[in-house]
Design a protein around this ligand. Structure first.
Ligand SMILES: *Cc1c(COP(=O)(O)O)cnc(C)c1O
Length: 368
């Protein structure tokens, strides 16, 4: 059986070594030494100034929306994981979905202005599959209309654009470090912001709004993460370079094997390089996708229709709308198995099934 994803696990000794320290200190959570160390190591690794380690990537989004005091309408992408849109609703705002660009699969900046109303307070965009949004165009629009910008960077760990970390753009960028992501802390996430006041606010929010032992500064919640999760993060960070190399090799092999097969891939931002977080492919038609998916499943190979259906069509708590490019792409995009459990022969096997399935499809009937 080949699953779509499989979490990376480091050599267990590296983890237990850090567990020994936790036992010695009996300090399990509430921003202990490992959590603090992880924050500073992530800041160095990513090249960002201020980063807060939180419970998960969803609460990271909620912190961003809350700290920026957003209200009314938030312009967002319908082509993302549910948490991008649900966080907006959870914080009492209304998501306004804007169609995506058919090449990058990110929100289409040229369609944002038409969606702005007097109620718009922000743009919340996802760097889909880690591919950077057009951050310059989005910031220009935000400046013109005095809007805040949040990026959901859940897929974009380690990505740089215009020579710096993607997490440095926008007012706040969030990331998830869930077990299924490129870099993980089992459960977890973080927020990054260049605004010191927002970082201070979110620091307090993360800890029930406390400002010292008996004083409160803000409305807060419990958004802390534990020493056990931080330990996994510290160990995994040491392996990121090797993980990146291995994933690049797997991705290159997929590219090679799928060459000339009528399959396309999203177009990566020309000012950036892939972090090899996912391997999405786009079929010519939904029928072809379904045919290949079925064929793969018959061989116990599982990909994922990520993201399908469009958030603008599937959430019971938002008004549904048709968005031409999103609806079309969501029906035709498919993420192939992509993780460190794969070996070369797996990829050859997977791609041969795909190619066979596609070639049978294109063969005229009277040729057989
Ligand atoms: C995974 C993911 C999230 C949510 O992160 P969690 O850590 O699982 O809460 C949010 N947005 C996107 C785009 C994601 O892929």
């Amino acid at each position: 059986m080949i699953p779509v994803t499989k979490p990376f696990l480091p050599p267990i000794d590296e983890y237990t070594q850090l567990l020994n320290g936790i036992w010695d200190r009996s300090w399990l959570t509430n921003m202990g030494p490992l959590a603090n160390k992880l924050e500073s190591q992530l800041e160095d690794y990513l090249g960002v100034k201020d980063l807060l380690f939180v419970t998960n990537g969803t609460i990271a989004l909620q912190f961003a929306i809350k700290a920026l005091e957003l209200n009314g309408e938030v312009i967002t992408t319908p082509f993302s994981f549910v948490a991008t849109a649900s966080s907006i609703v959870w914080e009492g705002c209304t998501p306004i979905f804007v169609d995506i660009d058919r090449y990058s699969l990110n929100i289409d900046p040229s369609k944002i202005e038409a969606a702005i109303t007097p109620k718009t307070s922000a743009i919340l965009a996802t760097h889909v599959y880690g591919n950077p949004c057009d951050v310059i165009a989005i910031q220009n629009i935000a400046d013109k209309y005095n809007l805040k910008v949040i990026y959901d960077g859940a897929h974009a760990f380690g990505v740089k654009v215009h020579g710096k970390s993607i997490f440095n753009f926008g007012d706040v960028t969030t990331c998830s470090t869930h077990a299924t992501k490129l870099y993980h802390t089992i459960e977890g996430g973080f927020v990054v912001s260049k605004h010191k006041v927002l970082i201070e606010k979110m620091t307090s929010m993360r800890n029930f709004g406390f400002d010292g032992p008996v004083q409160f500064k803000e409305l807060g919640i419990n958004g802390k993460n534990s020493e056990f999760h931080a330990a996994m993060g510290l160990v995994n960070l040491k392996h990121m370079e090797a993980i990146h190399q291995k994933r690049k090799q797997l991705s290159d092999l997929y590219d090679l094997m799928l060459n000339n097969s009528n399959i396309t891939k999203p177009l990566w931002n020309s000012k950036s390089k892939s972090n090899f977080a996912y391997y999405p492919i786009i079929f010519k038609t939904e029928a072809l996708l379904l045919k290949v998916k079925k064929e793969l499943e018959a061989n116990e190979i599982y990909g994922r229709r990520y993201f399908y259906p469009s958030l603008a069509k599937s959430l019971p708590y938002v008004d549904h709308s048709d968005l031409k490019v999103t609806d079309d792409i969501a029906r035709r995009v498919f993420c192939l198995p992509f993780h460190l459990g794969l070996i070369e022969s797996d990829i050859k096997y997977i791609t041969s099934i795909i190619k066979l399935s596609l070639s049978l499809e294109s063969q005229p009937f009277n040729n057989i």
